[in-house]
Design a binder for this molecule. Structure first.
Ligand SMILES: Cc1cc2nc3c(=O)[nH]c(=O)nc-3n(C[C@H](O)[C@H](O)[C@H](O)COP(=O)(O)OP(=O)(O)OC[C@H]3O[C@@H](n4cnc5c(N)ncnc54)[C@H](O)[C@@H]3O)c2cc1C
Length: 458
């Protein structure tokens, strides 16, 4: 059986108490999709888990955005979902538009679409029995006697970790809000294993690898949704049940249909979701303008829904009118909840620390550029591999090989395709080839040899 480096205990938890193997206690930092994937899978395998999430409310804000459900995301829900609610809707066609809005290329290509909030609510139902309208057509999962114990602590911002040999001591601040006061209370918790699922600006990674920085890739994504009935006939003709692309100089736009409120896929109640990448050079006035919110605060990475200032939003819409196909410019005009994110790159050199008591997963390990459409799948894949290792089904070395090669290969591919797409003017055929390359299934991918370099030393 594989050992996991926890002071030589067996990977499946090892300490014998009264003849029963006691599984390690795990603390998960971050309660978004990555942290919840970890919580749900580990609970199912009998591990006790505590999630620490810094957001001061019990539920994270709906990100109102579509995501592509990659193979590992679908596999995760197949293995672990107990609600029975379908997580994805397929779209069968990819269309490419020219600047005038005419279809210039069409191909059959199945892609599974889901939304951040549907994934989130299904995972919360599976982890800590949160009921919501997203479960309609499914059910609130049963608790099984073999499940591990769970705890979800919100308003808990992790600030430090200390290697105590047999465990990791995790320090966090508990934020309490009531009508009149906001208080902060320092606290600690012990973890046999700590899972860092705290995203691309990970606190845990910053403590372990302070030299690793999240760097701006030179372009931003402007996102939003429009209710399906508000789309013009010309827009609906290309966006409904289609995945529609436009490539122009220094910009690219993808628009497609996603599930509507509470995950409904009923025609007429869905949303048209646009994802528009545009270059804003580092240090430029335009970038400064775009990233300064309506309260005058310069945001580093994200302007959340409702916070974009009117002036920059007019600038963005005008750019759309001048440079996008009319159907896509229409989406920017009609959306009521636009938001903006700077596209960044980041990758940690390894994913195991403190004698294997700390594991980085998902975006905290590697933040990919978006055309990889692999970020959610990375988190799901990392977790499925982690559980197999902890349960003694794969060796430590195999866990590292699988997760690190995937992270390195996809991160590198994201940078390469991102550069070609945003900073080179290519024939549309080349963009299509890049996109088809990015869509290759993980199991069929051949990783370059350099992605395996040095893994034995981790
Ligand atoms: C709008 C949007 C659209 C996306 N579209 C796609 C897509 O099409 N395809 C795709 O594959 N992926 C997509 N993604 C990315 C995908 O959602 C993430 O890759 C996935 O959720 C895994 O991220 P994560 O959980 O590792 O990190 P995150 O989602 O960044 O979550 C990290 C969590 O950790 C918490 N946290 C951070 N620091 C601390 C701390 N110190 N203490 C406690 N908690 C902390 C944060 O509050 C947050 O909840 C999208 C993301 C967004 C926001």
């Amino acid at each position: 059986m594989a050992t996991n480096g926890l002071n030589g205990t067996h990977a499946n938890g090892g300490h014998e108490t009264n003849g029963r193997a006691k599984k390690p206690n795990l603390v998960i930092v971050g309660g978004s999709l990555g942290g919840l994937f970890a919580g749900v899978a580990l609970k199912t395998h009998g591990y006790n888990t505590t999630i620490l999430e810094r957001t001061p409310e019990n539920l994270l804000h709906n990100q109102g955005a579509g995501i592509v459900a990659g193979g590992d995301t679908l596999e995760f829900f197949k293995r672990y979902d107990r609600t029975g609610k379908p997580v994805a809707v397929p779209s069968f066609k990819r269309l490419y538009l020219n600047r005038k809005g005419d279809v210039i290329h069409e191909e059959i290509n199945r892609q599974n679409m889901t939304s951040w909030d549907l994934c989130y609510y299904l995972l919360r139902a599976n982890y800590d029995q949160i009921d919501s309208p997203y479960l309609e057509g499914g059910k609130l999962p049963e608790i099984r006697p073999t499940d591990g114990q769970i705890k979800y602590i919100y308003g808990a911002t992790v600030t430090g970790i200390e290697d105590k040999d047999s465990h990791v001591l995790v320090s966090y601040t508990r934020n309490h809000h009531d009508d009149n006061n906001a208080t902060e209370e320092p606290s600690t918790i012990q973890a046999d294993i700590l899972i860092a699922a705290d995203g691309p600006s990970s606190t845990i990674r910053a403590i372990l690898e302070p030299q690793v920085q999240r760097t701006y890739a030179g372009y931003c994504v402007i996102r939003g949704t429009v209710p399906e009935p508000e789309g013009s006939p010309a827009a609906l003709a290309v966006f409904r049940e289609r995945f529609c692309f436009f490539h122009g100089p220094q910009m690219r736009n993808l628009t497609y249909t996603i599930a509507g409120e509470h995950g409904t896929t009923e025609p007429g109640k869905r949303l048209l979701n646009f994802v528009w990448y545009a270059n804003f050079p580092e240090g430029s006035l335009e970038l400064e303008k775009l990233m300064t919110d309506k309260e005058g605060r310069r945001r580093r990475i994200t302007i959340p829904p409702g916070m974009i200032a009117p002036g920059p939003w007019e600038m963005v819409k005008e750019m759309g009118q001048q440079r996008l196909p009319p159907q896509m410019a229409e989406m920017a005009e009609k959306t009521r909840s636009p938001f903006v994110q700077c596209i960044t790159d980041v990758i940690a050199p390894k994913n195991l620390y403190m004698g294997d008591k700390v594991v980085l997963i998902g975006d905290s390990l590697a933040g990919f550029q978006p055309h990889t459409v692999a970020s959610t799948s990375q988190a799901a894949f990392d977790v499925m591999c982690l559980v197999e290792w902890l349960d003694g089904k794969v060796e430590r070395r195999e866990f590292v090989r699988r997760t690190m090669q995937f992270a390195r290969a996809m991160q590198d591919m994201g940078v390469r395709i991102g550069n070609r797409s945003q900073f080179e003017e290519l024939d549309v055929g080349e963009y299509i080839e890049d996109r088809n390359f990015a869509s290759i299934k993980r199991e069929e991918r051949v990783y370059p040899a350099w992605t395996a370099e040095g893994l034995d030393e981790i």
